[in-house]
Ligand binder design. Structure first.
Ligand SMILES: Cc1cc2nc3c(=O)[nH]c(=O)nc-3n(C[C@H](O)[C@H](O)[C@H](O)COP(=O)(O)OP(=O)(O)OC[C@H]3O[C@@H](n4cnc5c(N)ncnc54)[C@H](O)[C@@H]3O)c2cc1C
Length: 404
């Protein structure tokens, strides 16, 4: 009987094993995960779960019983530490028997970047946000009236800022770049979120880096690159992630900004696939890595089919969302290389930013405007580019653009 093994029991790993079973794979499946909880969704960790509005079980992607009921061996609290690609053996942490595989998938996710110890990154009270235990460790810090410093104005930092502000903390966010969200969004989107956070009392300092954190054992303050010193009770670090590629690299797989996969989600080894945050894939002739739930699910499902012998191509359809206060941001497409942006104000707080490159619609940021998001996504996927004047005219019926 064939044995398929998946390393990394997160969003992609869980989707992959479920897809194997729902597609009729009747061999043996083992899902190995380093964490002590069944696969769960991470987005609520910096949103409803951190706010205390969601129970832990509701994070689980499938009930814990699902895995045994579907003949999937779920090995939690178990880290894979080596791959022998020649004999097809996966080595686990000390004490666990090695596993022989016929096909292997790596869905090992990513790690948050941390601040160097030399600038105080190892002080108590300096936190990152990646897993359930991080969120559980942070939650008791969220007491009204306390001060928090957030380092990094990307989505994780901004979502943490929103939760802290809602909990009544005094929030300062520093961003070393010229503006928040600089890496991922247009100045118009940055401005929208700067204003939104400002209206909730969050102090955003752009073009301001962190020189060092202050404190003996526990962080008590920070010196900024402007020379200013500020007091803080704790720090949330949101300065990006690194793909978890150590296992793949040690097995000799090609790695560049993630585990390299081909158009079928296969790595440089014909018996090993990869999906999710840890994997890079081809998109419009470029090698990219997407850090999103949508990509983790879609890529894992394609990998599952191909492990079963199909030849399904993976065509990334990037989409993402973020919740901050009462604003739902939905993003369709990738804005890389955009040369024009067109703003649509649909009224009643609904707004969208449409990115074009050489006249082609490539991405849409929609704030409280799910219609703009849906229409934009479908237009991008079908390669249609409506006239910019039409999208920015609030009188245009967006759905009609799909028929044009
Ligand atoms: C706080 C937060 C908020 C987010 N919000 C959004 C959002 O709003 N929208 C969105 O689209 N995306 C969001 N994301 C991103 C999204 O959650 C990730 O893109 C997605 O979880 C990636 O899935 P994955 O399976 O690749 O990785 P993960 O879900 O991280 O799973 C990887 C798993 O592999 C395990 N692992 C790693 N190495 C080993 C090993 N050697 N042995 C065994 N196990 C191993 C890890 O412990 C982990 O459990 C958010 C992420 C975070 C952290």
């Amino acid at each position: 009987m064939s044995h398929f093994v998946v390393v990394g029991a997160g969003q992609a790993g869980s989707s992959l094993v479920a897809k194997l079973r729902s597609s009729g794979f009747d061999g043996k499946i083992t899902l190995v995960g380093a964490e002590d909880v069944p696969p769960y969704q991470r987005p609520p960790l910096s949103k409803a779960y951190l706010l205390g509005e969601m129970e832990e079980e509701r994070l689980y992607l499938r009930p814990e019983s699902y895995y045994a009921e579907h003949g999937i061996e779920l090995k939690l609290s178990t880290r894979a530490v080596g791959i022998d690609p020649v004999d097809r053996i996966l080595t686990l942490e000390a004490g666990e028997e090695p596993i022989h595989y016929d096909a292997l998938a790596l869905t090992t996710g990513s790690h948050p970047r941390t601040l160097p110890a030399a600038i105080g990154g190892d002080l108590d009270g300096v936190m990152t946000m990646r897993d359930l235990r991080d969120a559980d460790g942070m939650a008791p810090e969220l007491v009204a009236g306390r001060k928090v410093l957030i380092v990094g104005g990307g989505y994780i930092g901004l979502e943490a800022a929103a939760v802290c502000a809602k909990k009544g903390l005094e929030v300062t966010l520093v961003e070393a770049a010229d503006r928040i969200l600089q890496r991922v969004a247009a100045p118009e989107t940055s401005a929208f979120f700067r204003d939104l956070h400002g209206s909730h009392g969050v102090k955003i300092l752009e073009k301001t880096g962190l020189e060092r954190l202050l404190g003996e054992d526990r962080v008590t303050g920070a010196r900024l690159t402007t020379g200013e010193e500020i007091a803080t009770d704790f720090v949330v670090v949101g300065v990006g992630i690194e793909p978890a590629t150590i296992l793949a690299a040690s097995a000799g797989l090609s790695v560049e900004n993630g585990i390299e996969t081909d158009s079928h989600c296969r790595t440089s080894d014909p018996h090993i696939w990869a999906a999710g945050d840890c994997a890079s894939c081809l998109f419009e002739g470029r090698r990219i890595r997407l850090e999103s739930v949508g990509n983790a699910i879609d890529m894992a499902e394609v990998a599952a089919l191909n492990m079963m012998g199909q030849e399904t191509e993976y065509a990334p359809k990037p989409w993402f969302w973020s919740d901050q206060y009462d604003c739902k941001l939905q993003i369709a497409g990738l804005n890389a290389g955009y040369d024009a942006i067109h703003v649509r104000d649909s009224g009643a707080g609904a707004r969208s930013h449409w990115y074009y490159r050489q006249g082609r619609l490539i991405a849409v940021d929609a704030m409280n405007d799910s219609r703009a998001y849906m229409v934009g996504k479908r237009l991008i996927e079908s390669g249609k580019s409506p006239a910019p004047e039409a999208v920015s005219d609030p009188a245009t019926d967006l759905k009609a653009l799909l028929k044009a």
